[in-house]
Design a binder for this molecule. Structure first.
Ligand code: PEP
Ligand code: MG
Length: 308
C-alpha cells in the first residue's frame, strides 16, 4: 500500500484502474528540465523553441539551434520530447521576421503560416532538430503550431519526413483544425491541443485580455466539445492526442480531458503532481461519465460543478 501511495505521487500517470495517461512537461529551454525531473515528468510534451529566436535581429544559425535542441534532448535521453517548430507572430513577435504592420496579428501570418513567406526558416529548424536528434538518444516528435487545414498538415508532415524525422504532428489551436481532426490524422502521427489559442479562436476572445477571462475558461462546454472531436478522432485512428495548453494543468479538468479521449497532458512542471493525484482518484469509466456531463452542461461553471 505504501508502494501504491508512492507511485500515485511519482509514478506514470494513470487512473485508479490503471488506464495510462502520459504526464509531460512544458519547457522553453534546458533550464526547465530539472523542474520537469523533480516532478517526475514522463517526458516533454511541449518544447517551445521561441526563446532562442527572441530579441534577435538575425535568425540563430543552424549550429546554435543544434546546440540548444541537443541540450534538451540529451537531458531527456530515452524519453519523449515533443518539440514545436517556431511559433512566431501574434503574442510572440520576433524582430528578425519583421512582422510589423499587420492590422490583426492574432489572425495574421503566425506559427506555421510564416513558412509561406520564409520556408527556409522551417527547413533550417527541422535540419537542426534532426541533427540534434541524431547526436542524442531522445525520442523526438515534431509538431507545428497554428495549423488550420489538411493541406498545411500534409505539407508540414512532408517537410518533417524530408528532414529524416520519424514523428510529425500538428497542434490543434484553430476550430477548423479541431473539426477536421480525423482528416489531419490521416497525414500526421499525433495531435496536440493548444487550449490557450483554441479558446482564443473559438470564442473570438484575445487570450491576453483579462476582461474576457470568462470566455477563455477551459471549462467552456464548446471548447470541451471541440476537444472531444479530436479525442474521438484519435481513438478511431489509434493515434495519440495530447493537451498542452493551460487546461492540462487543472487537476479537476484532467479526468474530463481523459474522458474526452486525450492520451497525454503536458503542463508546467509544478502542476504535474496535483494532476497525477487527481487522475489516480478516478476510474476510466468515471472520466468518461464526467466528460459527458461537462460537455452537456449549459455553461462553464455548471460544467465544473457537475464534474467535481
Ligand atoms: C496553446 O496555445 O495552448 C499553447 C500551448 O501554445 P502557446 O501558449 O505557446 O501559444
Ligand atoms: Mg498556441
Amino acid at each position: 500500500q505504501v508502494a501504491a501511495a508512492a507511485s500515485t505521487l511519482t509514478g506514470p500517470g494513470q487512473t485508479s484502474d490503471g488506464y495510462g495517461v502520459k504526464l509531460l512537461a512544458n519547457v522553453g529551454s534546458v533550464k526547465n528540465v530539472p523542474a520537469a525531473d523533480e516532478a517526475h515528468a514522463e517526458g516533454i510534451g511541449l518544447f517551445r523553441t521561441e526563446l532562442l529566436f527572441l530579441d534577435r535581429v538575425q535568425e540563430p544559425t543552424l549550429d546554435e539551434q543544434v546546440a540548444a535542441y541537443r541540450d534538451v534532448f540529451t537531458a531527456m535521453a530515452g524519453r519523449r520530447v515533443v518539440i514545436r517548430t517556431l511559433d512566431a507572430g501574434a503574442d510572440k513577435p520576433l524582430p528578425f521576421l519583421n512582422q510589423d504592420g499587420e492590422p490583426n496579428p492574432a489572425l495574421g501570418v503566425r506559427g506555421l503560416r510564416v513558412a509561406r513567406q520564409r520556408p527556409d526558416v522551417l527547413t533550417t529548424q527541422l535540419a537542426a532538430i534532426a541533427e540534434a536528434r541524431s547526436q542524442t538518444g531522445a525520442d523526438v516528435w515534431v509538431m507545428a503550431p497554428m495549423v488550420s487545414t489538411l493541406a498545411e498538415a500534409t505539407g508540414f508532415a512532408a517537410a518533417v519526413r524530408d528532414a529524416g524525422l520519424p514523428k510529425a504532428g500538428v497542434m490543434i489551436e484553430v476550430p477548423a483544425a479541431a473539426l477536421r481532426a480525423a482528416d489531419l490524422l490521416r497525414v500526421v502521427d499525433f495531435l496536440s491541443i493548444g487550449t490557450n489559442d483554441l479558446s482564443q479562436y473559438t470564442f473570438a476572445a484575445d487570450r491576453m485580455c483579462g476582461d474576457l477571462a470568462d470566455l477563455l475558461d477551459p471549462w467552456q462546454p464548446a471548447l470541451l466539445q471541440l476537444i472531444g472531436v479530436c479525442g474521438a478522432a484519435g481513438r478511431t485512428a489509434g493515434k495519440p492526442v495530447g493537451v498542452c495548453g493551460e487546461a492540462a494543468a487543472d487537476p479537476l479538468l484532467a479526468p474530463v480531458l481523459v474522458g474526452l479521449g486525450v492520451t497525454s497532458l503536458s503542463m508546467s512542471p509544478r502542476a504535474i503532481g496535483p494532476v497525477r493525484a487527481a487522475l489516480a482518484g478516478r476510474t476510466e469509466a468515471e472520466c468518461e461519465r464526467l466528460a459527458g456531463l461537462a460537455v452537456a452542461a449549459p455553461d462553464a461553471s455548471e460544467a465544473r460543478r457537475l464534474a467535481i
